[in-house]
Design a protein around this ligand. Sequence first.
Ligand code: ATP
Ligand code: MG
Length: 319
Amino acid sequence: MQEKKTYPFDVLVVGELNIDLILNRIAGFPEMSKEILAEEMTVTLGSSSAIFANNLSILGSRVSYLGKVGEDQFADLVCTSLERSGVDIGNIIKTPEYQTGLTVALNYDNDRAMLTYPGAMNDLRIGDISEQALDAAPHMHLSSVFLQEGIKPDIVEIFRKAKSRGMTTSLDPQWDPQEKWDLDLAALLPLVDVFLPNEEELKHFTGLADVEAAIEKISPYCNTVVVKKGVKGAVMWHNAQLVHQEAFLNEDVVDAIGAGDSFNSGFIHKYTRGAAPGECLRYAALTGALNTTAAGGTAAFASKEKLLATAREKFKYQE
Ligand SMILES: Nc1ncnc2c1ncn2[C@@H]1O[C@H](COP(=O)(O)OP(=O)(O)OP(=O)(O)O)[C@@H](O)[C@H]1O
Ligand SMILES: [Mg+2]
């Protein structure tokens, strides 16, 4: 009898890494040649893929991260933050050529202005995704394609590489800041087991505002598609059938930053454990809603115990 292969990790996350420097309660909007003061500052791990990895690890999956940072103190902050949540950083590459990516966010008057230096994020390339890293997990997740200039031209090849090694795969494309939406979905999606866009992204990819019509358009070449719709929940296309999932109602939302990444973490956590697609979807909606109970993308995911307590209290969810 053939022995079942064992892996040190459940999921390999390939993605962008950056620091968020958030300034709150600022005395006015900055103007050239003037100096103003902010009363609050937070320096924290940013990036959608890192929030996903962090929360997936808290849920109990064994996660390895493959990304690129500089050789600076922000790199140390990225690595220690991930390690603290149990994420393996053995595949994080440090380059002397660029500094670690950074987003400065200025929160002012219920809105925010953001300025990003991509730095080492743009320098991650297909050649950095080693066979050793791919062979250490049965599943690869990739997110934020349009923020990773070094990855984007080879995205189809990267997924082909993962599939040829027998991995299952998932992709969250995230927003295209250039709004070109130039991914060859017909070539890419057959290699993606779970495609996880939100409804706006899917609309831009397909040119169709109606989610069901958009899913139908890509259905000839995709596997499972899960479309996130904020407070309206999500819809999944699987085995030629549509499954609708309502959002778990949260009456006191703190913010929805990272809700999509937390939703993905819930889906992939169940998926890699072989759960039925409907169960993956329901758990994803729960983890997306849990995300909105605390500030930012990771605060609600401080520990599994705390997360489950909130799930019971706020959403009457029993594991
Ligand atoms: N206010 C909310 N209350 C309950 N659940 C929510 C709320 N907002 C989001 N969710 C859940 O989280 C999921 C993902 O959120 P959303 O649709 O905002 O993803 P997204 O647009 O990809 O977000 P992101 O900006 O994090 O990438 C939703 O499908 C829903 O299930
Ligand atoms: Mg998203």
